[in-house]
Design a protein around this ligand. Structure first.
Ligand code: ZN
Length: 476
C-alpha cells in the first residue's frame, strides 16, 4: 500500500536502478527476448540509496496473509504467504525479499510460477505477465529454520531462536528472515498472521488476536492487523508468555505478553503504566493511531543481541536476564514511535531520524514530566556529547542508522524548533505531523516543507544549522 504517488528523487531513479539491479544483483539473467520488450521486470530494490536491495519495484502490496507453523524443538518454520498486490508495471517477473528458507510451490493468481533465488532476492515469473494496474495474488510455500541476520550496524535481527520458541525483530531488513515480501518501509500493508504452535506455547504478533483454537495438540493464534504496517514493524514472539488482556480507560484493547524470566518488579511497574503513558502521549501527539496496543517482553539470553523495537501496536523488549527488562523511559520511547515511525513512516531509511529524534524527544519530555531531568538539561547533555555530532541526522550510512546523531541530534532539531516557534505552535506541530501522514510515509524534505507550511515561518537557517550542518553550532 503506497499511499502517495511516486515522488522524485527516489522514484525518479527507479528505471535506472531497475536496469542496473537486474544486470548486477545476480538476479537470473534474462535471455535476450525475455522479458519481452514493453514488459519490464520488477526491480530488485525499491530505490533506497542505503539499502539498494530492500523492497522491490513494479508492485504495491495491499495485504500479507501468513499461515505459519512452528516447531520449537527443531526450529523449523513452515509457512504459506499469500501476498495481494497491485502491479504498477507490466510484470513479466517480479521479486520478493527472502533470506534463507526453502521455497516450495509458488503460484500467481492460482497458476504455477517459475522461481529463482539469488542472495535475498526471490524472483517470480508468473505464467502470464501481470498487467499494470492489475491486482494479483502471489502464493509462496516455504519452510526451513529461519536465519539470524546481521545488519550493517552489526546488530542481530531477523529470527532469534530461543529455548522454547522464537522472537522476530526486523528493523531495518529483518522481516525477510521469516516471510517473503516487499521489505521496505515505503510499502505498507495490512496483515493476517496465523501461527500454529504446540499446546502450552503462545504466539504473539501485531494487531488483534481474532481467534485462538486448539486441535491435535497444537494451538492456532490468528492475529489481524487492519491498519497498514511497514514490514520492519511486523513481529512474532513464540514461547511461554504470561498474557494480560485489558482496556485503557478510553477503551483501547491492550494485550501485554511477558516471558516470566523477564518479569521483574520494575518491568511490571513500567508495564502497568501503559494506559497512563498512552494517555499522556495522546495529549501531546494526537489520538493513538491504532486499534490496539500493548507490549511483548521476551527473553533472549545475554549476549544474544536484540534491540527494543516499536513493533506496530505491540513494541518488543528483549530482556536479557538483567532487570529491568523494560523501564518506563524505554516504554515511552517505543510507544511514541507508534505516532512517529509506525503511523508516519520514513520513506527511505536515511529519514529514520524522523522516528528516533521524535521518540528521543518524547523521552526528554517524559523525564521532565516525571520530575526528573528537565528538557533543557537533556538537550544540553546531547549538545555536549561529541558522539552526537559525528554526522548530520538525515545523512547516516547504512551502518549509522541507529547512531547517536540520529537520536540525540535528531531530538535537538526538535528542541531548536520549539525555541524558534514557541510552545503553542510547536505543540501544534507535534500533533499535526503524524496526523498529516495517516498510515503513510514521509521524508526529511516533506518534514521541512511541512514545518514551513504549518508555521508560515522561514526556518531555512535553523534547518541548515541543526539538521544539515556538519559542525556543531557555537552554542545551544
Ligand atoms: Zn527508537
Amino acid at each position: 500500500m503506497r499511499p502517495r504517488p511516486p515522488r522524485a528523487p527516489l522514484r525518479a531513479a527507479l528505471p535506472l536502478l531497475l536496469a542496473c539491479c537486474l544486470s548486477c544483483s545476480g538476479a537470473p539473467r534474462a535471455a535476450p527476448s525475455e522479458p519481452p520488450p514493453g514488459s519490464p521486470a520488477g526491480a530488485s530494490g525499491a530505490g533506497d540509496p542505503l539499502f539498494p536491495q530492500a523492497g522491490n519495484g513494479g508492485y504495491d502490496v495491499a495485504h500479507y496473509g501468513l499461515d505459519l507453523s512452528y516447531d520449537p524443538g527443531s526450529g523449523q518454520l513452515t509457512g504459506t504467504a499469500v501476498i495481494t498486490a497491485t502491479a504498477t508495471a507490466d510484470l513479466g517477473r517480479f521479486n520478493l525479499d527472502l533470506a534463507g528458507l526453502t521455497v516450495g510451490r509458488v503460484t500467481v493468481d492460482g497458476r504455477p510460477a517459475a522461481t529463482a533465488r539469488s542472495g535475498t532476492e526471490l524472483t517470480v515469473r508468473p505464467a502470464r505477465p501481470v498487467a499494470p494496474g492489475a491486482r494479483f495474488e502471489a502464493t509462496v510455500a516455504y519452510a526451513g529454520v529461519p536465519e539470524l541476520l546481521t545488519d550493517p550496524d552489526g546488530s542481530r535481527e531477523g529470527w532469534f531462536r530461543t529455548d522454547d520458541g522464537a522472537v522476530a525483530l526486523g528493523e531495518p531488513v529483518g522481516s525477510m528472515a521469516w516471510f517473503p515480501g516487499d521489505d521496505h518501509p515505503s510499502d505498507k500493508a495490512a496483515y493476517d498472521i496465523t501461527v500454529s504452535v504446540p499446546d502450552g506455547l503462545t504466539a504473539v504478533s501485531n494487531g488483534e488476536l481474532n481467534a485462538r483454537t486448539g486441535a491435535g495438540g497444537r494451538t492456532v493464534f490468528r492475529w489481524h492487523t487492519g491498519e497498514p504496517m511497514a514490514t520492519y514493524l511486523a513481529t512474532l514472539a513464540i514461547g511461554h508468555y504470561t498474557v494480560t488482556r485489558s482496556r485503557t480507560p478510553a477503551g483501547l484493547p491492550l494485550y501485554v505478553a511477558v516471558d516470566p524470566r523477564s518479569d521483574d518488579p520494575r518491568t511490571a511497574a513500567a508495564l502497568r503504566r501503559i494506559p497512563e503513558i498512552l494517555a499522556w502521549e495522546s495529549g501531546l501527539f494526537g489520538p493513538y493511531p491504532f486499534t490496539s496496543a500493548g507490549a511483548i517482553v521476551a527473553h533472549l539470553p545475554k549476549g544474544e543481541g536484540g534491540y527494543a523495537l516499536e513493533a506496530q501496536n505491540r513494541p518488543v523488549f528483549p530482556g536479557d536476564g538483567v532487570p529491568p527488562a523494560v523501564d518506563a523511559g524505554t516504554l515511552v520511547h517505543e510507544l511514541a514511535h507508534q505516532w512517529f515511525g509506525d503511523e508516519a513512516t520514513p520513506s527511505r531509511w536515511q529519514d529514520v531520524w524522523l522516528n528516533e529524534g521524535f521518540a528521543t524527544y518524547a523521552q526528554w519530555l517524559w523525564q521532565e514530566h516525571e520530575g526528573g531531568e528537565s528538557v533543557d538539561r537533556s538537550a544540553a547533555a546531547a549538545f555536549a556529547d561529541p558522539a552526537a555530532w559525528a554526522f548530520p541526522p538525515a545523512s547516516p550510512t547504512a551502518a549509522q542508522l541507529f547512531a547517536p546523531p540520529v537520536y540525540q541530534r535528531g531530538a535537538l532539531v526538535l528542541y531548536e524548533l520549539r525555541r524558534a516557534l514557541g510552545g503553542p505552535l510547536f505543540s501544534k506541530l507535534l500533533r499535526a505531523w503524524p496526523a498529516a501522514h495517516p498510515h503513510g510515509n514521509a521524508s526529511t524534505a516533506d518534514f521541512t516543507a511541512f514545518c514551513r507550511r504549518l508555521t508560515g515561518k522561514d526556518l531555512t537557517a535553523l534547518f541548515a544549522e541543526w539538521l544539515y550542518g556538519r559542525a556543531r553550532p557555537a552554542r545551544l
